[in-house]
Design a protein around this ligand. Structure first.
Ligand code: DON
Length: 511
């Protein structure tokens, strides 16, 4: 409405979510952006958190070598060095068109003037008030009341002041000056290890976007340190030879095929993926068509595989609570951003005097080989903790194009289920012909190698499908809702169709 482009909108949304959606929106966390501009140029921006310089491989283990429960999940020690503010400045400096101050001002107003909680948000905050009090070392406005209800307003004056310092001093208003002092003081009171130097050292990194092909469509997604892009391309390549359209949505044939692709892909993820600046991820080998065909060679249409038998492949070696938003502007710029604190409200530790929550992204590292993290994901050497390293992510901001024409912009939160939700939605649209909203609403299922079972949303599976899958030898388990996909579909005539996920309070808007 103010004449900016999709990149300006993305920056403004990221800051606004840090205020009105504090469970996941953030300045204390990180994320990834995948974009294509109006000229067809593609971008991948990595503003993932980094392990502090004092981080060590075994920092979450006790003297006996066992993982200490919740040490990588709650409190200041769970936090990686935040990347979101650096990410927004990198994005704005390269592709924005309006002054940064104009993009931060609305968020300052929201924080200083207050905003209204929805029912769902009030419920979510209530579920964490005790933890936020326990793990923050000073009182803060987020948990001033013992409980909140939908319709209550929240005022976050310290966060407004922090945002104002960012507006006045740019990136240095977060990584230096008073905000940095407050972060380091919080670390000292709360047992964390992030230093002034860690903050000054943080840089967002432009990476080569990962581009694959599915039946003539280009799939543009995030390379490491997210596993999302590689895994998504592996999944699509695995199912491409099969007649999915014929099978139909939520049919046992489609689910069986997709789940077996997921079993193999997540086994590879656990063994091979991590921050490529620290570990030689065999990227090209993993998405090589011949390798994927070989991986799927033992796929049996008549029976479930076993995760004891199906382990990570050997690709050719080579010379790694969340929220998502999708934006397209009139000029044709398309932006896909997934950003996170990791768990809902992150480490539940608010930086005293600065009013924002710290992430608990360190839990995305593999604290000990083979021991599952909060999302049940296992890993090893590739994703071991090391100073300065970025923890492996599943975030999968994605754009689908035909040639250079944008067809879909999509992504979702959901930890380990992010990749499979993006996979499903691409298949829902390209194979099953669903419109964007119907695709987003379609019940979801998920397999991640270990545990060896199909997790699915209640009502997701027609009773007949459930029986057929059990007969094939699959174990099935109902779980809470999976992801919140927010996506845009460009119709052949150029008009836009949005899918806003009813699992959240998500909405679509056009101007
Ligand atoms: O980067 C990742 O894969 C996780 N930290 C994402 C966490 C997430 O999606 C939580 N939201 N439901």
């Amino acid at each position: 409405q103010d004449g900016g482009n999709a990149f300006d909108a993305a920056v403004a949304v990221q800051f606004a979510l840090a205020v009105v959606y504090p469970g996941a929106g953030n300045i204390g966390g990180g994320g990834f952006m995948v974009a294509q501009d109006a000229e067809g140029k593609r971008y991948a921006l990595d503003f993932r958190e980094k392990a502090p310089a004092a981080a060590e491989r075994d920092m979450y283990l006790d003297p006996k070598g066992e993982v200490v429960a919740d040490l990588s999940w709650r409190g200041a020690l769970a936090a990686g060095v935040p990347g979101s503010v650096a990410g927004m400045f990198a994005l704005h400096d390269s592709l924005g068109s309006l002054p940064m101050a104009d993009l931060i001002d609305p968020s300052i107003l929201l924080a200083a003037g207050g905003f209204t909680l929805t029912e769902k948000e009030a419920k979510k905050l209530n579920s964490r008030i005790e933890d936020i009090r326990q793990y923050s070392t000073l009182p803060n406005a987020l948990v001033k009341r013992d409980s909140v209800v939908g319709g209550d307003s929240l005022l976050l004056p310290m966060l407004a002041a922090t945002l104002n310092r960012i507006k006045e001093d740019g990136q240095a208003g977060f990584y230096g000056g008073k905000t940095a002092d407050l972060i380091v003081e919080e670390m000292q009171r709360g047992g964390g290890i992030i230093t002034h130097e860690d903050l000054l050292d943080y840089d967002a990194v432009w990476r080569q976007p990962l581009v694959g092909n599915y039946k003539g469509y280009s799939i543009i997604s995030m390379p490491p340190p997210s596993s999302g892009g590689i895994a998504l391309l592996q999944l699509l390549e695995s199912v491409e030879p099969y007649p999915l359209e014929e099978y139909g949505p939520l049919s046992p044939e489609a689910i069986h095929l997709m789940v077996e692709a997921e079993r193999r892909t997540y086994a590879d993820r656990a063994a091979h993926l991590g921050d490529m600046d620290y570990y030689p991820v065999p990227l090209a080998g993993l998405i090589d068509t011949a390798y994927i065909r070989e991986r799927m060679a033992d796929f049996d249409p008549a029976g479930a595989g076993s995760s004891e038998v199906v382990v990570a492949g050997v690709p050719a070696p080579e010379s790694e609570e969340t929220t998502h938003f999708s934006i397209i502007d009139a000029a044709g710029n398309a932006v896909s951003i997934t950003t996170t604190l990791n768990g809902t409200y992150g480490a539940c530790a608010v930086v005293g005097g600065a009013g924002f929550l710290l992430n608990n992204e360190m839990d995305d590292f593999s604290s000990k080989p083979g021991v599952p993290n909060k999302y049940g994901l296992v890993g090893g050497e590739a994703n071991a903790i090391a100073a300065g390293k970025r923890m492996l992510s599943s975030m999968t901001p994605t754009i689908v194009t035909r040639g250079n024409d944008v067809r879909m912009v999509l992504g979702t939160p959901g930890g380990s289920t992010i990749i499979t939700s993006v996979f499903q939605n691409i298949i829902n649209v390209l194979e099953f012909g669903l419109n964007m909203q119907a695709s987003v609403e379609l019940p979801r299922f998920h397999h991640q190698w270990l545990p060896d079972l199909i997790q699915y949303e209640e009502q997701a599976l027609p009773a007949k499908t459930e029986k057929s899958l059990e007969k094939l030898g699959h174990s099935l388990k109902v779980r809470s809702s999976i992801g919140r996909v927010d996506a845009i579909l460009v119709r052949p005539d150029g008009t836009l169709e949005a899918g806003a996920d009813p699992r959240g309070d998500d909405t679509a808007a056009g101007y």
